[in-house]
Design a protein around this ligand. Structure first.
Ligand SMILES: Nc1ncnc2c1ncn2[C@@H]1O[C@H](COP(=O)(O)OP(=O)(O)OP(=O)(O)O)[C@@H](O)[C@H]1O
Length: 450
């Protein structure tokens, strides 16, 4: 049985649904984990800058076949949608000529486009009416379609205006190329990945036109489950959609490499989510060892250790994200890669020696006896202090963190669901990537199947 989200799944915050557990978390019994609401993604900007590397881009001008759906995109989660479909030939978005960027007059000193509300873009096709946010890579505006396809007129879209710098421009082209591949792989729009409509250039800035969505999951948790998380049924429905997205990525051999609540957007009703920001995505064959790939809290151990990685790195990030949705707390809030490893071992136990042997940075973190060389900041002097730590068993496993002390008060069905959620998380968070659950397996896991 598949889990189709209904508005009722999302209507209750956890406080109403499970007061005892919510209280536990509110009082800090959920552990010493930091609240997801306190996390400011902009703090990770410096690492982000290092992650987005110059990427090879191939955008061909060939035509490709695009299947057009004529029904409601929000009906995605229902299996019995009826639709009229037609196939049309569409020219691939041609890459605007690459600019050797000197900042254009419309950009600020960092190359961000200076947004003017009411401004028309792409020869009057779109009119900007609000600003949606600024990332490391672009600013995003909401605009209305004024002309073009008559079926589209009046529709709202989100336009990502890429910073006017050569490396960003190239990364934008690569993102568009990957999004087009994903769109072709999912003609019926059932796999929960944001749709790229088209792209154009505006005053030297590459502009990507996306379907318009609403808040991201970090804001959803802040609003509906601050410090306590969302109810388990909402988490289940979101998890189902995320694993569908990952199944498409896996099928096309693409790694997202930046999955976190900020990069998952929902529709107005919060019933449907889409995985966004493919700006760090790449083909699975592009797996150079780089210890800053993925935002730190969601970064898999193989990346930190310098072990060759593959699409299972996204499963780890989904595990961290689902935990956060349910508890309102960040699972591994490490201040450094070193601390991240320590937190992971506290939850899951020690790494197997085979994995450490394969790791490029194995001797940075472990001594020849296998002890972990933990580095922390001395509270008095502010200097780094190194301490050898021998980890044998996990000190607080997922069950201890997630099951409320008042679990006896939970209804049987609730209890069962929570246990299967913990089992799924445990499998997403296998330290060894080869042992991590695959999207296909996750989709038939009892937590998702219900
Ligand atoms: N399709 C969309 N619909 C609505 N809002 C969107 C859409 N795409 C992006 N946004 C908003 O713009 C913000 C920035 O988008 P995005 O993460 O794609 O940009 P970025 O520059 O690559 O960011 P980052 O620095 O996180 O990598 C998002 O957090 C979201 O709030």
């Amino acid at each position: 049985m598949s889990v189709s989200p209904t508005p009722a799944d999302f209507s209750l915050g956890k406080i109403e649904q499970d007061e005892a557990q919510a209280q536990n978390f509110a009082e800090g019994q959920g552990g010493d984990q930091i609240s997801a609401a306190d996390y400011d993604p902009s703090l990770d900007r410096r690492e982000d800058e290092q992650r987005r590397v110059n990427a090879p881009v191939v955008v061909s001008d060939e035509e490709y076949e695009e299947e057009e759906d004529i029904d409601d995109m929000f009906a995605v989660a229902t299996s019995e949608r009826k639709k009229v479909r037609k196939v049309k030939k569409v020219a691939k978005p041609s890459a605007p000529a690459l600019i050797a960027t000197n900042l254009d007059s419309a950009a600020d000193s960092e190359g961000y486009y200076s947004i003017i509300l009411g401004e028309q873009l792409d020869g009057g096709r779109y009119q900007v009416f609000s600003s949606l946010g600024k990332g490391m890579f672009a600013n995003v505006v909401r605009a209305r379609v004024l002309q073009g396809d008559p079926n589209e007129t009046g529709k709202e879209v989100a336009i990502k205006i890429v910073r006017c710098q050569e490396s960003m421009y190239k990364a934008g082209l690569k993102e568009a190329q990957i999004l087009m591949k994903l769109k072709q792989g999912d003609p019926e729009d059932k796999k929960h990945i944001v749709r790229l409509d088209r792209m154009f250039e505006h005053r030297g800035h590459l502009c990507l036109v996306f379907e318009n969505l609403s808040m991201n999951l970090r804001d959803v948790v802040k609003r509906f489950g601050k410090d306590v998380g969302l109810n388990i049924r909402a988490v289940r429905a979101y998890a189902h959609q995320l694993f569908l997205a990952l199944s498409l990525l896996r099928k096309l051999n693409i790694m997202h490499a930046d999955i976190k609540p900020d990069n998952i957007l929902v529709n107005e009703q919060k019933t449907l989510l889409k995985l966004c920001d493919l700006g760090s995505a790449s083909d699975a064959s592009e797996n150079d060892i780089t210890p800053y790939l993925v935002s730190r809290f969601y970064r898999a151990p193989e990346i930190i250790l310098g072990v060759p990685y593959d699409p299972s790195l996204d499963i780890w990030s989904i595990g961290c994200t689902l935990y956060e949705l349910y508890t309102g707390k960040i699972l591994f809030p490490g201040r450094s890669n070193n601390q991240m490893l320590l937190l992971m071992m506290e939850l899951k136990g020690r790494f197997n020696s085979k994995m450490i042997k394969k790791a490029k940075f194995g001797d940075v973190y472990f001594d020849e006896m296998g002890a972990f060389q933990s580095v922390d900041i001395d509270k008095v002097t502010g200097a780094d202090v190194m301490k050898k730590v021998h980890i044998s068993k996990p000190s607080r496993d997922l069950r201890a963190r997630i099951m409320p002390s008042a679990s006896a008060k939970l209804k049987d069905e609730e209890n069962k669901m929570l246990l299967s959620f913990i089992d799924l998380l445990d499998k997403c968070l296998a330290l060894d990537p080869a042992r991590r659950i695959t999207p296909r397996e996750a989709l038939v896991h009892p937590f998702i199947r219900g």
